[in-house]
Design a binder for this molecule. Structure first.
Ligand code: GLU
Length: 369
């Protein structure tokens, strides 16, 4: 039993934990992980799974060399074969617990390009609201070298950021970060807690994976920890070799925990950081109060709009005295925003002629100033 929780957890599963030597899936083990996940889901947590394994699995099925990583076209072909089996595994096993699985295949561009980022976050939010479990992987069969994440560790951290998650758990064939002297043969001690991913910590990674199946390795895990840390999200690396890995971790605490940055607003600070705003939205006193209380910006509270911003541009939101209250990503371009001024959400579809968004600036895409 775990305590009731409303936290959002991203669980990333590495390739070597999912695929056997004979190209079959490690179904029995995945079943124990799904049981852990279902328990947390039943306790109220929202869970997102980032699952690797499509390339490793597809390569074994197609008989490709070097785990399907000899060339980009090998990897892409392997991924399309493996992904089908992977998705049905998750979907079947989650269904045994009455949970609906939802597949999302993402590319780097979906997380970096702000328009696509808004689409992906809106989809994630809707799925979690309906208690589905998104199962995410990189869209390896179309992603090319330039646009690939290449490893699911960083993808998991970016997804956690997009979903405003509370923690990321990386399940790996290694049980944490070891304190080893570079170049030395001997394994050091596992480091239980990392406050900051600095140069000393980075030097402990050697870039290899013990299985050679995934493309991750400790360097990408530490990079993921950096992304998570900056976004105010805790991250752990734990072993996925044993059954019921989440429950084992909850009981034993064995693994490496990377603390989130102490800055309360860190999670959203990257949103505003360095970006010049393309427009200003002035809101009435009631809306200003709602924003300060953590609400989204709704069109009903808007007084005026200035600037020629596009959807996903950064806008400043001010109160009636022109004090800046917040910055955030606009869900509509300036012209459509103007059409909506003062109108309730129920009227938006008729005014716009298309299915509207839930807010003009969503609270998750907003930083209070
Ligand atoms: N997206 C890759 C796959 O599904 C895995 C990337 C990684 O190893 O982190 O095979």
């Amino acid at each position: 039993m775990t305590a009731p929780s409303n936290e959002t957890i991203v669980v990333k599963v590495g390739s070597s934990l999912l695929v056997n030597e004979d190209a079959s899936l490690r179904r029995d083990w995945v079943q124990t992980l799904v049981s852990d996940i279902a328990q947390r889901h039943a306790d109220g947590a929202s869970v997102i799974i980032v699952s690797s394994g499509s390339i490793a699995l597809g390569a074994r099925k197609l008989g490709l060399k070097k785990g399907g990583r000899a060339s980009l076209s090998d990897a892409q072909a392997a991924a399309s074969v493996g992904q089908i089996a992977l998705s049905s595994l998750w979907s079947e096993l989650l269904a045994e617990h009455g949970i609906t699985a939802a597949q999302m295949l993402l590319t780097l561009d979906d997380m970096e390009n702000r328009k696509r980022y808004l689409n992906a976050t809106a989809t994630l939010e809707k799925l979690l609201e309906h208690r589905a479990i998104p199962v995410i992987n990189e869209n390896d069969s179309v992603a090319t070298d330039e646009i690939r994440f290449g490893d699911n560790d960083r993808l998991a951290a970016r997804v956690a950021q997009a979903a405003s998650a509370d923690r990321v758990i990386l399940l790996s064939d290694i049980d944490g970060l070891y304190d080893r002297t570079p170049g030395s043969e001997t394994e050091g001690q596992i480091i239980g807690l990392v406050e900051e991913v600095d140069a000393r910590i980075m030097a402990m990674a050697d870039g290899s994976t013990s299985s050679g199946l995934g493309s991750g390795g400790m360097i990408s895990k530490l990079e993921a920890a950096r992304i998570a840390n900056l976004a105010g999200i805790e991250m752990s690396i734990i072993s996925g070799r044993e059954d019921y890995p989440l429950e084992r971790y909850a009981l034993s605490g064995v693994g490496t925990l990377f603390k989130a940055s102490g800055n309360a607003n860190a999670r959203k600070s990257w949103l505003g950081g360095g970006l010049t705003s393309a427009g200003t939205i002035m809101v009435d006193a009631g809306a200003a109060e709602a924003l300060r209380g953590g609400g989204s910006l709704l069109a009903a509270g808007i007084i005026t709009i200035s600037g020629q911003f596009d959807r996903s541009d950064v806008v400043e939101i001010t109160d009636p005295d022109e004090n800046i209250i917040a910055r955030g990503l606009a869900e509509y371009n300036a012209m459509d925003c103007v059409k909506l001024i003062g109108h309730r959400n129920s009227e938006h579809e008729a005014l716009l002629g298309y299915t509207p968004r839930s807010a003009v600036v969503h609270r998750n895409q907003m930083v209070l100033v």
